[in-house]
Design a protein around this ligand. Structure first.
Ligand code: N01
Length: 545
């Protein structure tokens, strides 16, 4: 498989790029870059389009103060190269956004990836013509590719904000998902933050250190666990790296792509004192997995879940001095784990500072943004800066932002009118030769993303080798069965008990579907491997016409 070539201007110089490559990859974050690396090794021709002016995806855009990964550095890294994992040195238990971006730049340089990424190029449409995909970008060029791989990210399409009056505001508006590259200085300023998910929880304590006044507008209180971030000692790093093969294997076989013991007993079989001790231990360890280390049913049984939810609510009451603020910060409308839990560094303590206050939008909603502030049902708060930490159109947003048309002109937007349907989160019936990395129906956002990314890229790359130019398409029947399995698996958990972005509830009108596969990374990997070993069971393979 090869292709014609044409001269494409790239950063002031002309480079030869194939106009009919074997593959187009959309996105140059962690997924797109690794996919490109694999395609190069397979000897396939490709084009890689990236909307941003730099590589890194999520870590390119989300550069707000305090941005950090909630997965530990030593686990949030590529495993495909032993040299790479041994040579890169992390500095803290959890990596900051700048450190992750430096890591990504290092990988790109090491494998000479920059030269093939076409930056500032947004894919706007992709149309299947019966044999190939016609990919249009916001540049004056249409590329014809045999296969297209979407590495567009699950949390990359910022949510459109629907607060009245936003356009009237005369101060600065900053979005966590599109943070400027230059430092924003909040010293001496009156700042408002709307949104208390992972992004808000990370940036609020940092902004509080600078601002003269900080007002946080909270609609939903979240369960938040201490990160217990700390510098990473060279010795701890060395020990971990010495056991990398085992650590990586355990992560791949685990439920969430993370190291950590998984509890085997029911929280309800323990005494109250045993549970308290177990949860206290987890609280002092910190991290996303610690609370699940003892009990297997926290995300399955409402009564078991109540034990940990109560524990976390009590922690908030013990940290936050003002009882009214503490009550507002204590989540009451959903069980722990049904919305993405956040990791924090000093979040609740921030509300004990005199210049920080919380406005609970459940009791006093915003009526409008004014020229100089925010009007709620009971007060007007004057501000200089407004920070929106209001989240994303998760999992489907970035794909549906592209006008994708498959067989017989079928629009992806129509195929997904009732919610995303996929086979294994990898392909969609009616859209031949199109793959999604960490798409809906795969563990993706419920896992250590980089583990899931590598699994998908490896699977897709092996599949392309097997195909050798053949057309591949998920069969409607296999897709139907997978969608049913994803839904049944979710129904066995408490996942549907919250209005979370996991179910699309943060976007008005979005169909309510548990989008990620809850069955676990290890189990999912085994299923994908079995499908491939059985000659890509559930996919229809046809010779090229
Ligand atoms: O977004 P979110 P995020 N008026 O959707 C509120 C990953 N991530 O960017 O819950 C008032 O979680 C909204 O309220 P509600 C991680 O997977 C990872 O923080 O809809 N409030 C909520 O409080 C995470 O889960 C990392 O009632 C409004 C907030 O805005 C995902 O990205 C770091 C509102 C949005 O929270 C998304 O996190 C950051 C309105 N009109 C993110 N609209 C790390 O690993 C929305 N809200 C570190």
């Amino acid at each position: 498989m090869t292709s014609d070539r044409m001269e494409v201007p790239v950063a002031g110089r002309a480079m030869s790029r194939p106009s009919s490559p074997d593959v187009v990859v959309v996105g140059a974050g962690l997924a797109g870059l690794y996919q490109m690396h694999r395609l190069r090794r397979l000897g396939l021709s490709y084009r890689v389009f990236e909307a941003g002016s730099g590589i890194g995806g999520t870590w390119f855009w989300n550069r707000y103060p305090g941005a950090r990964c909630d997965v530990e550095s030593l686990q949030y890294s590529y495993s495909f190269s032993e040299e790479l994992e041994q040579e890169w040195k992390w500095t803290e238990r959890y990596p900051t956004q700048p450190e992750i971006l430096r890591y990504i730049e290092h990988v790109a340089q090491r494998y000479d990836l920059h030269r093939d990424v076409e930056l500032d190029t947004r894919v706007t449409s992709a149309v299947w013509d019966g044999e190939r995909w016609a990919i249009t970008t916001d540049r004056p060029e249409t590329v014809s590719a045999r296969y297209v791989i979407y590495a567009t990210g699950c949390l990359s399409q910022p949510r459109e904000i629907d607060i009245p009056g936003l356009d009237n505001f005369r101060g600065n508006v900053w979005s966590t998902a599109r943070w400027p590259h230059d430092d924003v200085d909040f010293t001496g300023r009156r700042v408002a933050v709307i949104g208390t998910g992972s992004s808000g929880v990370q940036l609020i304590p940092v902004i509080a250190q600078q601002a003269a006044e900080l007002t946080v507008f909270q609609r939903t209180a979240n369960y938040i666990i201490p990160a217990r971030n700390a510098p990473l000692s060279p010795q701890a790093q060395q020990e971990h790296k010495a056991n990398y093969p085992t650590h990586r294997r355990l992560a791949r076989e685990s439920p969430a792509g993370l190291l950590g013991v998984q509890g085997q007993t029911s929280a309800l079989d323990a005494t109250a004192e045993e549970r308290r001790q177990a949860f206290e231990q987890a609280w002092s360890t910190g991290g996303l997995t610690a609370l699940r280390a003892d009990y297997h049913d926290l995300s399955l049984d409402p009564a078991a879940n109540r034990t940990v939810s109560d524990f976390l609510r009590d922690k908030i009451r013990s940290i936050v001095c003002d009882p009214e603020t503490a009550e507002a910060l204590a989540p009451s409308d959903h069980p722990f784990g049904t919305k993405r839990p956040c990791l924090d560094t000093g979040y609740f303590q921030t509300y004990n500072l005199d210049h920080v206050r919380l406005v609970d939008l459940r009791t006093t909603p915003i009526t409008t943004i004014t020229t100089h502030g925010i009007q709620t049902t009971d007060q007007h708060i004057e501000i200089d800066d407004l920070v929106l930490a209001t989240g994303f159109d998760a999992m489907t947003g970035a794909l549906l932002a592209i006008d994708i048309r498959g067989r017989h002109g079928l629009r992806l937007a129509d195929a997904w009118a009732d919610g995303p349907t996929t086979y294994l989160g990898l392909q969609i019936a009616g859209f031949p030769n199109m793959f999604t990395i960490t798409g809906p129906g795969s563990p993706s956002v419920l896992s250590n993303m980089i583990v899931s990314i590598e699994q998908h890229v490896d699977w897709i790359s092996d599949c392309l080798t097997h195909l050798n130019g053949q057309v591949i398409e998920a069969s409607p029947h296999a897709q139907q069965r997978w969608v049913a399995h994803v839904a049944e698996t979710a129904d066995q958990t408490l996942m549907n008990h919250a209005n979370s972005w996991y179910v699309g509830a943060n976007i008005p009108g979005k169909p309510r579907v548990v989008m990620p596969y809850v069955g676990g990374v290890g189990r999912y990997r085994a299923i994908c491997d079995k499908v491939a070993a059985a000659g890509y069971e559930g996919f229809v393979l046809t010779p090229p016409e």
